[in-house]
Design a protein around this ligand. Structure first.
Ligand SMILES: Nc1nc2c(ncn2[C@@H]2O[C@H](COP(=O)(O)OP(=O)(O)O)[C@@H](O)[C@H]2O)c(=O)[nH]1
Ligand SMILES: [Mg+2]
Length: 330
């Protein structure tokens, strides 16, 4: 059962509700199943800690802190949560052990809820340009394919730009997603200038009145500095055709890399400024807690989560269902 209900955060004139599809709304069981490893790491461990426990003492708080830290939530966020618990215990807001788990759940929700910001494809921008960045293997190209399918299903016209020109296979991979979804892919073959490919694609998307242009990029060049310079160049050339583009700079990180995902978010954000994050491969990892670390340190909107290989396994990030899936209270 869902214990946390989404608060109505909508301010007048502001559209920021997560738009979950019916299958996503009713797919809590499936989400729990896909997030099982993280749930075992965090939820079951905390549950075991707290069952048959009557006294709330310092030892308990320390054990909770350890459980949170080893769930990849990050030291800072874990300390903040246990600090708040300590305060609630001192103030007699929490007086019984059975109140602790719901309090942890509420803390986790409060921490991550600000990052629940749905990516709206703003009609004021046509094409709406999404620049995808992230290290090799994070899931960029796959996520682009899934997004292409999602937006097509919503009736939007989509175009893809094969901006990862560093690896020959990357262009082919993007083309096959394009073929599958009947979406045009602008490419120039491997070794081409990434910025030139993206420039061409944006020009073509404008001429064809495409709704959404999604640009793939390389995840590794000869050095990290080279990569960041290339991404800045891609950004710059887009600006020559549309001063407001890109409208989203989305980092893709693999949850399974744990604290490295947080490092990547930090580095990419510093170099090029991120407007959103997608966290992939939450199925098959116990490190899903890293979302809280990202939320705590960077506060960047978490747009989507990837919980499997299929297109439908890319879900808009919804804080309530995520927290309920990894730390259910029954
Ligand atoms: N299980 C699972 N695999 C994923 C997910 N997202 C991506 N992958 C896989 O991760 C691998 C690398 O993805 P790719 O898109 O090529 O990464 P890129 O180098 O960043 O473009 C592929 O085998 C994908 O199928 C996910 O959410 N769950
Ligand atoms: Mg790729």
């Amino acid at each position: 059962m869902l214990r946390i209900f989404r608060k109505n955060k909508k301010k007048p004139g502001e559209v920021q509700d997560v738009q979950l599809r019916p299958a996503e709304q009713s797919g809590q069981d499936l989400l729990e199943k896909r997030l099982e490893d993280t749930r075992r790491q965090l939820g079951k461990r905390l549950g075991a800690l707290l069952s048959n426990r009557s006294a709330i003492d310092d030892e308990l708080l320390e054990e909770i802190e350890t459980a949170l830290i080893t769930s990849d939530i990050g030291v800072q966020a874990a300390l903040e949560i246990t600090g708040n618990l300590q305060a609630a215990i001192s103030n007699k807001v929490i007086t019984q052990a059975k109140q602790v788990l719901p309090a942890v759940q509420a803390e986790l929700y409060e921490l991550i809820e600000p990052c629940e910001q749905f990516l709206h494809i703003d009609e004021a921008h046509r094409p709406f340009v999404i620049l995808m960045v992230g290290v090799n293997g994070a899931g960029k190209t796959t996520t682009i394919g899934k997004l292409a399918q999602r937006y097509k299903e919503e009736g939007l016209s989509v175009m893809l730009a094969a901006g990862d020109t560093f690896r020959a296979a990357a262009v082919e991979q993007l083309k096959s997603w394009g073929d599958r979804n009947d979406v045009p892919v602008i490419a120039q073959g491997s070794g081409a200038d990434s910025a030139a490919v993206v420039f061409d694609a944006l020009q073509s998307a404008k001429a064809r009145k495409i709704d959404v242009l999604i640009a793939d990029t390389a995840g590794r060049l000869h050095t990290q500095a080279n990569l960041m310079e290339e991404l800045k160049k891609v950004h710059r050339v887009m600006g020559k055709l549309d001063a407001t583009a890109p409208h989203e700079i989305m980092l893709v990180v693999d949850a399974g890399t744990g604290q490295n995902a947080l490092n990547q978010a930090r580095e990419f954000n510093k170099a090029i400024g991120l407007t959103g994050i997608t966290v992939t491969k939450l199925d098959g990892t116990a490190k899903g807690g890293v979302l809280f670390g990202i939320a705590h340190e960077l506060g960047i909107p978490i747009r989507f989560i990837g919980v499997g290989e299929a297109a439908k396994d890319l879900r808009p990030f919804d804080a309530g269902s995520f927290v309920n899936a990894i730390l259910p209270i029954d």
